[in-house]
Design a binder for this molecule. Structure first.
Ligand code: S3P
Length: 438
């Protein structure tokens, strides 16, 4: 298995850590800066393969983007100002990059071609293409609406009112970015709340966004043809990456870990809420607001956990954390029942099957019932070889399992860890994790 990492039972995970910038906000800060008039500065940007793919695509669309020390500088093209790229826009492994960019380019009158890696080429794009079609975009694609595809964008979009069919912040964001370029008001009804970074950051860049209650959920209205103005953005640490450090500390006896400057937006904190219910000793300190987003420092130590039931309506606030929660559940006393995980099937890999199968290979009883995942905690034998299947979060989840299991766990195809957490291996080893490469 190419680029494998083996994780061995580890001693305490200890120290002070800073995790890389939030992936969702990093993509958005680059895209909004590139759509704005004037210059923006971004500090704390996640320099992962996914985010760098978005930066490259934006450069091909005409934005001026460069890094100087720790700061990224962007000179935007202005609303509707993207130019026809001279080659394909390759978003690699990144669903967020490709889906948000499809909305961002939709009002530019251009016809870019989007491509991605094997995993991204399998993922559903109809969820974004359908609302964009009703705004006047004409995609050229196969009958499955998957990549590669060409987006024929009109000179003038139509505003729409649209109710989200899947609880997806990527879909919501793509429509909001298209709506920003259409005349009049575009309204999205979101029956189930999903991460709201687009709404917050668009307002920070000067967009006219109005949020009102709807039944169920909320309505988000954006007034189109409102220029964005370049801004200075600081990106807080990614709570999804933080989850791997927190889980390692919880599993390994004697651990004591401080993680500074974590995003704690409550559309993202379902994992922390759940592990608190399981008995995890975590504390949030020094809470503050940074560029419209709540941020805090986090303290966690080793803990004895108990199984819980995780309700379906919590899924959007922890959608990327189920594989690592399932791993933690293996170490908990009793059963953890995670409900309503349908969306996990269309992530970078089918995370619902992959998590259950991986746990079973590691000797942990796990079962899928409908769209639910049920894990029985207790002894964790480990001793398996797991293929990460081009999925960064699956790789890091099973490496975490190996830090506490009786026998080591070898994870193959770990190269995509760089799509969200480039310094994962070095940071975890520094904190005391016994991770080894061949
Ligand atoms: C993201 C939204 C989620 C999440 C992804 C990042 C975003 O995807 O899984 O990692 O930045 O908007 P969906 O919108 O498909 O749920």
């Amino acid at each position: 298995m190419a680029q494998s990492i083996t994780s061995h039972k580890s001693g305490p995970i200890r120290g002070q850590a800073v995790v890389p910038g939030d992936k969702s906000i990093s993509h958005r800060s680059l895209i909004f800066s590139a759509m704005a008039t004037g210059r923006s500065e971004i500090n704390g940007l996640l320099e992962s393969e996914d985010v760098l793919a978005t930066a490259d695509a934006l450069k091909k669309l005409g934005a001026d983007i460069y890094r100087d020390g720790d700061c990224w500088h962007v000179t935007g093209c202005g609303l509707g100002g993207f130019q026809q790229p001279s080659s394909d826009l390759d978003l690699g492994n990144s669903g967020t990059g490709v889906r948000l960019l499809m909305g961002a380019v939709s009002g530019s009158g251009i016809h870019p071609r989007f491509v991605g890696d094997e995993s991204l080429s399998r993922r559903p794009m109809a969820r974004v293409l359908d609302p964009l079609r009703s705004m006047g975009v004409r995609p050229e694609t196969d009958e499955n609406d998957t990549l590669p595809l060409t987006l024929n964008c009109p000179d003038r979009l139509l505003p729409i009112e649209y109710t989200l069919k899947v609880a997806s912040a990527q879909v919501k964001s793509a429509i909001l970015l298209a709506g920003l370029q259409a005349p009049g008001v575009t309204t999205i009804i979101e029956p189930v709340l999903t991460r709201d970074h687009t709404e917050r950051l668009l307002e920070y860049f000067g967009a006219d966004v109005e949020i009102t209650p709807a039944n169920p959920g909320r309505a988000i209205a954006i007034r189109g043809e409102t220029d964005l103005a370049g801004r200075s953005v600081t990106v807080a640490g990614d709570p999804s990456s933080t989850a791997f450090l927190v889980a390692a500390a919880l599993i390994c006896p004697g651990s004591e870990l401080n993680i500074r400057n974590i995003l704690i937006n409550d559309t993202r904190t379902g994992f922390f809420d759940t592990i608190r219910e399981m008995g995890a000793p975590i504390k949030l300190e020094n809470q503050r607001v940074q560029c419209g987003e709540p941020v805090a420092d986090l303290h966690v130590s080793h803990g004895i956990l108990s199984g819980v039931e995780v309700p379906e309506n919590r899924a959007p606030s922890m959608i990327d954390e189920y594989p690592i929660l399932a791993v933690l559940s293996a170490f908990a006393n009793g059963t953890t029942h995670m409900k309503g995980l349908k969306e996990l099937r269309v992530k970078e890999s089918d995370r619902l099957s992959g998590t259950a199968e991986g746990l079973i290979e590691c000797g942990v009883p796990a079962e899928i019932k409908g769209d639910d995942l049920i894990v029985s905690g207790g002894a964790v034998p480990g001793g398996a070889q797991i293929d990460a299947n081009l999925d960064h979060r699956m790789a890091m989840s099973f490496l975490t399992l190996g830090l506490g299991s009786e026998k080591p766990v070898e994870v193959g195809h770990t190269e995509t860890i760089g799509s969200s957490f480039p310094n994962y291996y070095a940071l975890m080893r520094d904190l005391g994790a016994d991770l080894r490469t061949p």
